[in-house]
Ligand binder design. Structure first.
Ligand SMILES: [Fe+2]
Ligand SMILES: [Fe+2]
Length: 175
């Protein structure tokens, strides 16, 4: 990370002109903390996809192994984007991933990935309105872009497991 000078970007942003009364209350500090949780999940995803893509064996898993390699590179881009937002907000990006589960069983590995993607999607869906509540509309757009890819990851994994994608439309109180 570049040397920190006294950054203009640390100034508090003004409240949005027409704040949604239903929007969640969030401070910049709380948003930084939440984004650091997101960053730790992105690191977890990078590690899981790097390892799983190489150890998945068997003809049945050739295609998904290639997909997982692609996911790894996309998760790295997400990590860079989230770290940039944390730095912009004046926070320190974390250096610690969430723990990565391992298994010798291909289905179990895909299941871990699927669960992580669900968790990631739920969190980013919360993050979008939090960013907007602070007037950080560009940040909300960055997170929407990431969300699109996470949903594609979820579908890839569910397809590889021979399932429909899990219903993410209910149960978390967000949209
Ligand atoms: Fe990601
Ligand atoms: Fe993902």
């Amino acid at each position: 990370m570049a040397t920190k000078t006294i950054p203009e970007r640390k100034r508090p942003s003004p409240p949005p002109p027409h704040a949604d009364p239903a929007a969640p209350e969030v401070t910049r500090e709380a948003l930084i903390a939440a984004l650091n949780e997101d960053l730790a999940r992105e690191y977890q995803a990078i590690i899981a996809y790097v390892v799983y893509s190489q150890v998945l064996k068997g003809a049945a898993y050739m295609n998904i192994a290639k997909e997982l390699e692609l996911h790894a590179t996309e998760e790295l881009q997400h990590a860079l984007t989230i770290a940039k937002q944390i730095d912009y907000l004046g926070g320190d990006p974390t250096v610690t991933p969430k723990p990565v589960k391992t298994s010798d069983d291909a289905k179990a590995m895909l299941r871990f990935d699927l669960q992580n993607e669900e968790d990631t999607i739920r969190n980013y869906r919360e993050r979008v309105p939090q960013c907007e509540a602070l007037g950080e509309y560009a940040m909300a757009e960055h997170i929407r872009e990431i969300l699109k890819q996470e949903q594609e990851h979820l579908i890839d994994l569910a397809t590889a497991l021979g399932e429909g994608p899990p219903d993410m439309s209910t149960g978390n109180g967000h949209r």
